[in-house]
Ligand binder design. Sequence first.
Ligand code: ATP
Length: 215
Amino acid sequence: MIAIYGGTFDPVHFGHLRSAIELVEALGLSELRLMPSFKPPHRDRPTTTPVQRLEMLRLAVSNTNSLRIDDREILRQGPSYTIDTLKDLRVEIGEEVGLAMVVGFDAFAKLNTWHRWEELTDVAHLVVMERPGFPALQCHQTVLDWAENKWLNRLEDLQNAACGRIYRLRLSQLEISASFIRAQIADNKNINFLLPEGVIEYIGSNRLYRPLIPV
Ligand code: ATP
């Protein structure tokens, strides 16, 4: 089974990477693809380019065989809908191979806001990462109704189908977020041990996330 882990990765950090490794092991994946989105969600300046976010990801996973990067959304240049990306992937890997889209519980709770969201399970499974602080009660009722007959408890059942099911997983939660890292840098604080050293060096040499010096 192949799984897709999407995000902005602005920048990638150990919270992403630790959960990615745990996903590979917990789901017995042949491959986990980290897929940076083209659209930068953070409007505050200064910001990084999609290519810089991609380069930081490459540095982060260069020594980790089970983690791959899928750069199709960045290369497509323009906002892409998850449903289109998954359909693209489905064509590429064929009908038989298991494909799972990983989403945090916070994203799952408002899945009904995504473009053609009800079609997502026609092409892939959904793996929902539980996140503390987001109780099931906050999940939109339309999503709960739609998901009702799709939940699976046994991993074997997920592995035996190519798409169509929803599986919940609890992973380690490191208290790290990209916004915290950006704020630390803007404040001239030390960001060691929050993200890989290669990424820290890249951020430093490209002066990313620093306030612009007025001219
Ligand atoms: P920001 O702080 O800018 O919102 P972020 O750190 O949450 O960014 P994203 O790129 O938005 O990172 O997240 C991509 C995916 O990684 C999401 O599914 C999110 O739930 C998950 N994620 C982010 N941080 C962690 C963490 N510390 N532990 C586990 N999963 C995480």
